[in-house]
Design a protein around this ligand. Structure first.
Ligand code: ZN
Length: 583
């Protein structure tokens, strides 16, 4: 069996999709979810267990486990194959691994470095780092969970270890772990620092954050540089560990520092991640959105913290996220780490008491201002209205406009004018995901939906409908392919559906997606197979035949008119006879 088929047998599409999306039961063996590929409020994304396919009726994406990973992870087929092979424990032949070998190698180097750092933490040299961790109450269990380590106070300790392991200095540098020195050789990038591995959402180490242990060392936090495997604008710290907790909590808490994430675990709040060394980007949001659409922003209540968080909140809201806010009150501690240090219960309570973004903004910006201070009123009003404009919810907009009108003592009409004319204002600004209209189901789609799911139906189809009767390219291609499999002696009734699926997936990603769409179409209508289905299918066949006959008649009529125009009476007579025979 081909590796691709082995992998397909080992991984259930429902389980796989369930790792990314919140699935709800939608019927016999089928589940639905909000589509991750287009903005929507009611689910049109379906995944089916016995058919092993997924399809979104909103944006028309669909296919099998491979296409799902390709779309979800934004990777090409070889990478999707490699990822799923690893998951399924299937060994790939060398040639299929080639594409990924470079990133694998760099990841292996970072994994090796992590092991070395972990070992150094337990040595006499790691004493200071251990004392630091102890002082912050980070237990050995937590140290292991997050893979913490220590970079020794030496120039080439790690490079030497790498050399012994057979890793070249050039590769070590490409992995972000070495720096060129003034003397022309290479030195360790991280020296005398507490090492926090940066892991991607699969749990592979792709870089490090090193925290100073000596007071006057700078910078306080040093990150790995951008490498082929580490991109700070895409990496969400702690996600590998937080995934399950995020899904069960239905929300993710975003904090500022990696150590805040670790501290939060001490308080048993585990749905926490950090965006470190950069502002929140659209790629971070897309990554997190796989697990939840509710983002709880946690930041210092001071102006710097607030302003930084505002940008992230604005971006998230524009991408359709449900944005919540936890502002750390002054006196509680400067960051989650400090709060947990003082009182873990206080952190849990703070996180649970999150407010929605507009309520928070109103209380912070609008409520405290003096109505007579025109300048402040204007500024606060403008910031608040800008955020409100991103809301597509009319009720929410009206609610806040009224509150704002009362608070600022400005007529409602004026505020509405400055907000824009209608609820679609936010969309026109281009900061909202476009809602994709539902694709119309054509007669040919429904014809294929009936016939590929049931060999009896297909037998009937094969006897009445020729591929040329189908005018849509994908329908034509799928039907042609299915017909040849149907006539193939090696295909049994039981294996027909599976055979069509495999052929479609070999043919192209597009056809594989179209197959999934047809395979799942009837489940959507929630109609279990019954006697009426036969009648219905028969009607579909008749309509297809009628359509063919009609178009032939149109052709004849056209030719007839042409023959009359040029005065070819013999031709007119022949065509007339032909036309009448078709009535
Ligand atoms: Zn979709």
């Amino acid at each position: 069996m081909e590796p691709k088929e082995q992998i397909r047998n080992a991984i259930d599409v429902v389980d796989l999709v369930g790792e990314y999306l919140q699935l709800k039961k939608a019927g016999q063996g089928s589940f639905k979810a909000l589509c991750p590929f287009h903005g929507e409020k009611t689910p049109s994304f379906y995944v089916h267990r016995s058919k092993q396919i997924w399809h979104c009726f909103g944006c028309d994406k669909g296919g099998d486990i491979f296409t799902f990973i390709m779309d979800m992870e934004g990777v090409e087929f070889p990478e999707a194959l490699r990822m799923l092979a690893k998951k399924a424990g299937v060994e790939l032949p060398q040639y299929e691994r080639r594409d990924a070998s470079r990133t694998d190698h760099l990841k292996a180097i970072n994994a090796f470095a992590q092991k070395v750092y972990e070992r150094y933490l337990q040595t006499a040299q790691g004493k200071g780092a251990r004392a630091y961790l102890e002082g912050r109450g980070i237990t050995e269990e937590l140290q292991m969970r997050f893979g913490l380590g220590y970079a020794p106070d030496a120039w080439t300790a790690l490079i030497d270890a790498a050399r012994q392991k057979g890793i070249s200095e050039a590769d070590w540098q490409a992995a972000g772990l070495a720096l060129p020195s003034k003397r022309g050789n290479r030195i360790d990038r991280f020296r005398h620092r507490l090492m926090i591995p940066l892991r991607d959402h699969h749990g592979d180490t792709v870089g490090f954050t090193g925290r100073v242990l000596r007071k006057d060392d700078t910078p306080k936090y040093m990150n790995s540089p951008q490498t082929d495997i580490y991109d700070k604008s895409a990496l969400v710290y702690g996600l590998d560990i937080a995934k399950a907790a995020i899904k069960s909590a239905g929300e993710v808490i975003l904090v500022e520092g990696n150590l805040d994430v670790i501290a939060s675990h001490k308080a048993d709040v585990k749905n926490v991640v950090a965006i470190s060394g950069t502002a929140l980007t659209e790629r971070h949001i897309q990554m997190l959105k796989r697990y939840t659409t509710r983002f709880v922003f946690c930041f210092d209540a001071d102006d710097a913290g607030f302003n930084a968080a505002m940008r992230g909140m604005h971006l998230s809201r524009g991408l359709g996220m449900d944005v919540r806010v936890v502002a750390i009150p002054s006196g509680a501690g400067k960051d989650p780490d400090e709060i947990v240090q003082k009182d873990p219960q206080a952190w849990r309570a703070l996180v649970e008491a999150h407010a929605d973004q507009m309520t928070y903004l109103f209380n912070r910006l609008v409520a405290p201002i003096d109505r007579k201070d025109v300048t402040t009123k204007k500024r606060a009003g403008a910031v608040f209205l800008e955020e409100l404009a991103a809301s597509k919810d009319t009720i929410e907009r009206e609610h806040w406009l009224k509150r704002l009108s009362e608070a600022l003592d400005v007529p409602l009409q004026e505020l509405r004018k400055s907000l824009g004319s209608g609820p679609d204002n936010g969309q026109r600004k281009g900061n909202a995901i476009q809602q994709t209209p539902q694709k119309h189901q054509s007669l040919e789609d429904i014809f294929l939906a009936h016939s590929i799911n049931d060999t009896n139906a297909f037998a009937l189809a094969a006897s009445r409908i020729a591929p040329s009767n189908l005018s849509e390219p994908l329908a034509h291609a799928l039907y042609t392919l299915a017909l040849s499999l149907y006539h193939d002696a090696n295909t049994s009734n039981e294996s027909f559906f599976e055979a069509v699926r495999q052929e479609a997936s070999k043919h192209s990603q597009e056809l594989s997606g179209y197959f999934a769409r047809c395979a799942i179409l009837l489940d959507l209508e929630n109609s279990p197979p019954n006697a009426n289905d036969d009648t219905r299918f028969s009607q579909i066949l008749t309509r297809l035949e009628d359509r063919v006959r009609n178009s032939k008649r149109q052709d004849i009529l056209f030719a007839l008119r042409e023959a009359e125009r040029v005065g070819d009476m013999a031709q007119v007579e022949a065509l007339t006879r032909q036309y009448q025979s078709m009535l």
